[in-house]
Design a protein around this ligand. Sequence first.
Ligand SMILES: [Zn+2]
Length: 215
Amino acid sequence: MHSQRAKSAMDTGLTCFERQVPVESVFRLGLPIAQALGEAGVGGPVIQQLMVGSVVAECVSCRLRVSGAELTEAALGLSAGAALTDKVERLRLGYCARRTCPSRYYLFKFADQSAVDWAAVWSRAQELASVAEEKKPRNSFPPEKLFALVARCFENPIKYALPLAVVVLIALVWFLRSGCRVPGISPKPRVFIVAPQPDQLSPSKTNATRSFITR
Ligand SMILES: [Zn+2]
């Protein structure tokens, strides 16, 4: 429903402000745009109207559109634990919402609204988005990106084999120097057993049977 209404408002040709962004930025900018409107003094119901009818992100290649409302609702739903639609999930992962489209860029389009300074809203939304990004835990490397990286290594083994071999070699040398044993590579440790003299019936604390391992 939202996309229908967004389309009709946008198709009137009154787009007054446009900004191209990498596809991976589309999802994280939706909510900050709504927040920036709020900061600019726009009331809640009007923000909702604007996000539905005056803000769209459009693929520069296949022209698929996602309304600002779809992006904000998805972002709010996600933080509440709701599942995303396929379309928005693909954007969140950094791909065009259309499965078959390899595009890397989207165009945010803002319809003419005399009461709204879209350039100011856009610049504030950028700030809010980067603050939100910094707040994310540093170790939150998305598993899907890790899988993509591994898959790429396998797709192009010659390009990645040498750096990978160097990394493995450095890790191995470091491991051996740190005194750890690598089965099949490190020499077996020698074991010395110091036993008490046969005439000593009760071994004391200092001459009890002990093992010494040398490397
Ligand atoms: Zn596309």
